[in-house]
Design a protein around this ligand. Structure first.
Ligand code: NAD
Length: 480
């Protein structure tokens, strides 16, 4: 049994109430540890630690902040195996994936913002004819809250923390209660890297209590949140009357649009990945696949054949492509959508069932599932499933597919497969999404703005956008 503790002022501590939650292991359904069920009091303690640390951290030179962030990045790389194993055990994802994507990206987040802060600049405006100059300060906000989900636990947790502390803020952070393990381990690394005590405080617990206490805290002035759209709406409601700065990265239902003139083999291999990577639990997965009629039948045969070859297996095995779903509750939600699809007349082309791996009767394993549909309005094409389930349907022309792609409440990302330049330009302009990929998927350049429109969120993360979010601009006008 592993007991996770809060990390406050550089120390690991039990929750004040001494209340705990069970931590489940998706690969076998066992409880393998406990995590604090933190209360308002723990958040207050973390806030005070952060507030005290802010005085000197906000005045720490950029070179020194940069040095510490890069050191954290190096230590994560040195500990990649340990972190990848912990992430996999907590989340159910293959260790190979955690080792190739999650942990390296968490390290990159610290390295990237360690460098970015040394390049971040503000503007000045000369007011010609008025004998005045304006310059804009970019000051850290103070204590900020960072709340993250379970699908890419350390990757998304650090995507918020790194720019927040690089910009000179101090942080009260809460990882998902479903996947708290690597956030817990991060505390050790921060101490080893010499991050001053109190700059980062990590508090564990449920969203409705611990998370809510962060959002409600009157002196936590900004909230960076990634998670579900419904939770985002609730957070906005709580935070808005306090005029907090808010960054909300929410759900998606992303179209993957395939034209006959694409590079077929590349498209096919990438579409398998964009459908099922991380058990389909990436907000950017292309869960609605639209295929031009002339290649639809061929695509259907080839795609289903490749999906059937994916190996669902124990997360620790190198041959495993698809590990376990993150939790029993989520598995049931995804299975529920497969039932809905059947009732709506969807044709299950492959998958659709929970399966047994290594005789773990309580493991959360699900076959990758492809559902053929004939109507974009059905629930499985309108609601976020967030699991190894995609739909496919044919389209006749550009106008039709554009309308279907946009006819959804979400607007996070869209993928386009075509070699027609004019069509690429037209559709990239008209698709309603914050991120468009053409002939690729998940190619991430950390300098680019990241985020969604419509109910997929408000604000942008990434590069200088994140550093702007975590600072307040203050204009100074001097007459000479
Ligand atoms: P969730 O909204 O249930 O939880 C996310 C986090 O918010 C958790 O830490 C949770 O404890 C906390 N939380 C819950 N209620 C809260 C409250 N009232 N106040 C404060 N915090 C609260 O989401 P999830 O199930 O963990 O994650 C899956 C969702 O995240 C999906 O919808 C997915 O699309 C989305 N997501 C979006 C992005 C993106 O960048 N847009 C990235 C990854 C995941």
């Amino acid at each position: 049994m592993i007991t996770i503790q809060n990390f406050i002022k550089g120390k690991f501590e039990n929750p004040i109430s001494n209340e705990w939650l069970d931590n489940y292991c998706p690969e076998n359904g066992d409880v393998y540890g406990q995590i604090p069920s933190s209360s308002k009091d723990d958040i207050e303690k973390a806030f005070k630690a952060a507030k005290t640390a802010f005085k000197s951290w906000s005045l720490t030179t950029l070179e020194e902040r940069s040095r510490i962030l890069i050191k954290i990045s190096e230590l994560l790389e040195d500990n990649i195996q340990r972190f990848a194993e912990a992430e996999s055990k907590d989340n159910g994802k293959p260790i190979s994936l955690a080792k190739a994507i999650d942990i390296p990206r968490a390290a990159s987040n610290f390295r990237f913002f360690g460098h970015a802060i040394t390049q971040f600049a503000s503007e000045s405006h000369e007011s010609v004819g008025h004998d005045a100059i304006n310059y804009t300060l970019r000051q850290p906000i103070g204590v900020v809250g960072c709340i993250s989900p379970w699908n890419l636990p350390l990757y998304l947790f650090t995507w918020k923390i790194a720019p927040a502390i690089a910009a000179g803020n101090c942080v009260v952070a809460k990882p998902s209660e479903v996947t708290p393990m690597t956030a817990y381990l991060l505390g050790e690394i921060c101490n080893e890297a010499g991050l001053p005590k109190g700059v980062l405080n990590i508090v564990h617990g449920l969203g409705t209590t611990t998370g809510q206490a962060i959002v409600e805290h009157p002196e936590i002035k900004a909230i960076s949140f990634t998670g579900g759209t419904q939770t985002g709406a609730h957070i906005a409601k709580v935070a808005a009357p306090m005029f907090k700065k808010l960054s909300l990265e929410l759900g998606g239902k992303n179209p993957n649009i395939i034209f006959a003139d694409c590079d077929y083999d590349d498209m096919l291999a990438t579409t398998v990945r964009s459908s099922f990577a991380n058990q389909g639990q990436i907000c950017l997965c292309g869960s609605r696949i639209f295929v031009e009629t002339s290649i639809y039948d061929k695509f259907k045969v080839d795609f289903v054949k490749k999906v059937k070859q994916l190996k669902v297996g124990h997360p620790s095995r190198v041959t495993t492509d698809i590990g376990a779903i993150v939790s029993k509750q989520h598995l049931e939600k995804v299975l529920g959508y497969i039932d809905i699809a059947k009732k709506e007349g969807g044709n299950i082309l492959c998958g659709g069932r929970q399966i047994l791996v290594d005789n773990y009767e309580n493991g959360y394993y699900l076959e990758p599932t492809v559902i053929e549909i004939s109507n974009n309005e059905c629930r499985v094409n309108q609601e976020e499933i967030f699991g190894p389930v995609v739909t496919i349907m044919p389209f006749n022309n550009e106008d039709d597919v554009l309308e279907m792609a946009n006819k959804v409440k979400y607007g996070l990302s869209a993928t386009l497969w075509t070699n027609n330049l004019k069509r690429t330009m037209r559709l990239s302009n008209q698709l309603q999404a914050g991120i468009i990929w053409v002939n690729t998927w998940m190619l991430r350049d950390l300098r680019t703005p990241f985020g969604g429109i419509k109910t997929s969120g408000v604000g942008r993360e990434g590069g200088f956008e994140a550093l702007r979010f975590f600072t307040e601009p203050k204009n100074v006008c001097i007459k000479y």
